[in-house]
Every structure is written in C-alpha cells, then in structure tokens.
Ligand binder design. Sequence first.
Ligand SMILES: *[C@@H]1O[C@H](CO)[C@@H](O)[C@H](O)[C@H]1NC(C)=O
Ligand SMILES: *[C@@H]1O[C@H](CO)[C@@H](O)[C@H](O)[C@H]1NC(C)=O
Ligand SMILES: *[C@@H]1O[C@H](CO)[C@@H](O)[C@H](O)[C@H]1NC(C)=O
Ligand SMILES: *[C@@H]1O[C@H](CO)[C@@H](O)[C@H](O)[C@H]1NC(C)=O
Length: 518
Amino acid sequence: MAFLWFIAPLLLATFVCAKPPPGFGLNHGIHKVNVTSYEVKQKYTGETLHPLDTTYYFDQLIDHNNPSLGTFQQRYWFSYSYYQSGGPIVLMNAGEVDASGYLGYLTPGTITGTLAETLSGVVILLEHRFFGQSNPYPNLSEESFSVHTLQQAIDDHEYFANNVVLDMPGGDQVGPNNAPWILVGGSYAGALTSYTMYEKPGVFYAGYASSAVVEAISDYWGYYEATRQYMARNCSADVEAVIAHVDTVINSGDATAIQALKENFGLGGVTHDDDFAWALAAIMQTWQQLLLSSGPGTTFFEFCDALEVESDGEVAGPSGWGLDHALAAWGSYYEESFIQTHCGTTNSQGIAACFNTYDSSNPAYTDTTVNNWVRSWYWFLCNDFGFWQGGAPESNPTLVSRILTPAYFERQCTYYFPNTFSSPPDTSVDATQTNSLYGGWNVTTEQLIFLNGERDPWREATVAADGTTNPDTDLQPHLLAEGYHCSDMLTIEGDVNPSVKAVQQKALEYYTQWLNEW
Ligand SMILES: *[C@@H]1O[C@H](CO)[C@@H](O)[C@H](O)[C@H]1NC(C)=O
Ligand SMILES: *[C@@H]1O[C@H](CO)[C@@H](O)[C@H](O)[C@H]1NC(C)=O
Ligand SMILES: *[C@@H]1O[C@H](CO)[C@@H](O)[C@H](O)[C@H]1NC(C)=O
Ligand SMILES: *[C@@H]1O[C@H](CO)[C@@H](O)[C@H](O)[C@H]1NC(C)=O
C-alpha cells in the first residue's frame, strides 16, 4: 500500500521572514544585483569583489561550555561593496532556515543591504546552527541536539563577532572592539537579537529586531488576533460562525454528524477530530504569507472571496452570508482548491495521511537527516517556546476550533523526540523560563530598535502586543507600521506603503546618530 507522507501540513506556522521574491534586487531601483552571477564592485575603489553567493565557513565552537569538543563549519555570506573604513558591521542571523536562499539580504532590496549602503558598512548573513548546512554534528538526532539551545545560538553570535576574519582588506581588524556591530534579525532571529543584546551587553553596539517574538507564549492563540482584526469583516463573521458550528458538532459526540461535517470539506478520511480541526486552521495560517506588496491572487484573499463573493459578483455585507452559505462555500473551496494545493494530492488516502498527526512512525517525525528545518525548529518549540497556535479562550472570538489546545501539539513532541519526552512536555513552564532568562517583552536594552507590523500574526508575542507596557524610548525605540510579518525588512514594502517607509527611515536616523557617537 502506497502511503504518501507530507511534511508541510504537520507544520505550525513558523517565523520565517519573507524571502525576497525570486529575482529580487534585479529590477529594484538602480541596484541591479543577480546574486548568482553579478560581479560585485566596491563602491569606493571600483574593485571587483567576490560574487555574493560565495559561501564562507567559520570555525564555530560545537559547545561553548566545552571548547575542547572542537569546531564545526558555520556558513556565512558577506559583502563589503559599500564598506568604508570606520563603517559598521551589520550581522544578520537568518534564523530557522537554510540561509542560502536569503542572499537578497546582502543587497539593498532589504534592510540589511540598505543599512550597509547607507552607513558604509559590511553586511554579513549568518546561518543558524542546526539549520541548512551549519551543523555541529552530522545528523539531527536528540543526542546531537544536546548543543541545540538558545544559549549556544547566542554564544555563536559573540564568538563569531570576536573571531571572524573577513576576506577583505583589514578583515582581521573589524571585531567589536574596532568597529560598531549591528545585530539584525527578523521573527525568531529578531528575538535572538534581543536575547543576545540582553545577555551579552557590550558586544553589539546596536540592534534591529523585526517582528521579534521576544515573549515566549505556550498557548499562543493570539497568533490569529491580527488576522481577525484586519481581515474583511464579512469573512471573519462567517469563519467564526462555521467554527462555532464545528465545535458544537464535535462536542456533541454524534459520530454521524461529525462524519458528515468532515465530508463537507473533503476531509471524510481524517480520523481524529482534532486533526480535522487543525486542517480547517490551515487556511488561517496563510495570512502570514501576505505582504503589503503582495499582488492579487494570494491564498487568504482567494479564500475570503470564495466565501463572500457570489458568482454574479454580489458581495456579502459586514455580517457575512451566514452559516449555511459559509459552510457550503468553505467546503467547496477546500475540496476544489485548497486541499489539493496544501497536500499535493486529491487522493483520499493521501489527504488522510496529510492531516494525520497521530502516526509516530511518519518520517516527518523520525527523519534525522540534516537540513530538515522543521525538526530543528520543533526542538525549540518543545523545549523553549511552545507558541502553539490553537483556539482562543471562550472570552474571545475565535477563527480556529477551541478543541485545539497546547496538548494537541505537545503530544507531537513525544513523536519527534521520544528519548527526551516520554510524556508530553508542559511547555508553559519552559516558556516562563525562557522569558526569565532572556527578558521577554520587558527588556530595556539600549540602542536596540524593535520594528513591528500591525497585521503580523506574531505581533502578540512582540513588544507591540496588545496590552504590553514596555515603553518606547529614544534608546529603545518601538517602531510600528501597517505591515505584516517582517515587512520592514524588505525595501519594496516601504516603496508601496508610507508607514513602512517611515519606520525604515526612522531606524536609519537612529543608527546614523548612534554611529556618530561611537
Ligand atoms: C542570474 O544568473 C544566473 C547565472 O548566470 C542565471 O542562471 C540566472 O538565470 C540569473 N537570474 C536572473 C533572474 O536573471
Ligand atoms: C548522529 O550523530 C551522533 C553525534 O551527535 C553520533 O554519535 C551518531 O552515531 C549519529 N547517528 C547516526 C545514525 O548517524
Ligand atoms: C466582504 O468580503 C469581500 C471579499 O473578501 C471583501 O472584498 C469586502 O471588502 C468585504 N466587505 C465587508 C463589508 O466586509
Ligand atoms: C512584564 O510586563 C508585564 C506587563 O506588560 C507584567 O505583567 C509582567 O509581570 C512583567 N514580567 C516580568 C518578568 O517582569
């Protein structure tokens, strides 16, 4: 019997910042950079430099607590095409991805390239340990993960800055004692930027933390709050009505009614009710793919159009069409379009496997080969963060089923890491500990800028969360724009939206001022 395994659908929405679009930088203003072939010129000497896709390897300590274990090769890429002696070193950690896809962050199509260009700096893109090809050990086993900790990643930043010798004139003279370093990150890496500056004062002169999820929150139902607040009213009304109905039917325990409900969405083969609920949440997670510069045809808007716009063009008013219409429209959208794209199959057995989180022998849980970012990422979720994206409490409207609680996700930690978790972890304890170690959203770190987007599903874990009290000061500015997740890191987002442009420019003003004081 042919079983089809799909990794993506098991995923929680993660923190990856937008990749610059394909060919990004090629047609952006005057900065024509094809990172695969472009010959990079030094702006001030005219000299031809190494191509941007030249991979460099840093000998990083495997274990900062035990240097005698030796080193591994940590990948990085860099550009000094805008550098002038005295300029800053802009270090960006790519976070939980294979960093080789993010070389656009060396170009002015992004905030890091722009910082380098404007401030006459060097820009470096560093790959996080246990992601891509930067692995202390040759596999992602639990044994190897003994050195996969937030603290080791923080220590990597310090050791890299203090020891890297850049392949450029004077490249052995640019450590933090000789040059101002600016640490940059978006999303998880934004949090890591805050953690690093909190925990290692004095290494990095300034920081840029975009959509930085500094506060670990185990029961992260707030993930859907930005979506609920900013999506079309009619669509949220209808989604809330469908989900309330789904919860009523599931809680009724009426097996016939539950089966009929699953079949309405083309999910009749999904055995577990919570997996079915999670399958309905999948569409809500596509909100995170949005950017202000996204064109038409993006999945989330397609979904709301399918729910709210009739074939004759008639559009529902603010309260939507109501439950019956929404159930039918959502059902057809799932059956005819979304599930196929999401699971890569129309085969009913394939769909059942795609949404089945209960098979602990699924290679999605057991594959320990390197460059499996999902596994490396889950290690942090299960040990440090939680960040489980389930339903809201009864006191709050919800876009996803309330039967999805942290336990649904914590159970999966025992499949990924059976030697570490003989029973599901209580990640709320871990999250509290992470916050107490690294300051959470109460940090006061000088010359660290927090940038956030109102529409970002991760905003509720940042210093811009509803109800946080961390003050915005000139030494720790909080810049908020209309953007989505990490919008401020992409130049094009500022080009299409003045509020994003304004925060990008404001950040540049702060760095200019701080560098003058260095
Ligand atoms: C960039 O250059 C490479 C190598 O010459 C080429 O294969 C690729 O098509 C170019 N990309 C674009 C978007 O022009
Ligand atoms: C995985 O790496 C560890 C070192 O962390 C090593 O001891 C072990 O043999 C490796 N396992 C496999 C299956 O290669
Ligand atoms: C209703 O939904 C459509 C499609 O998503 C949207 O274009 C429109 O703005 C919405 N109208 C209201 C009043 O919510
Ligand atoms: C952080 O600030 C919040 C208010 O925004 C407060 O409720 C919480 O106790 C603070 N946490 C710590 C660890 O100080």
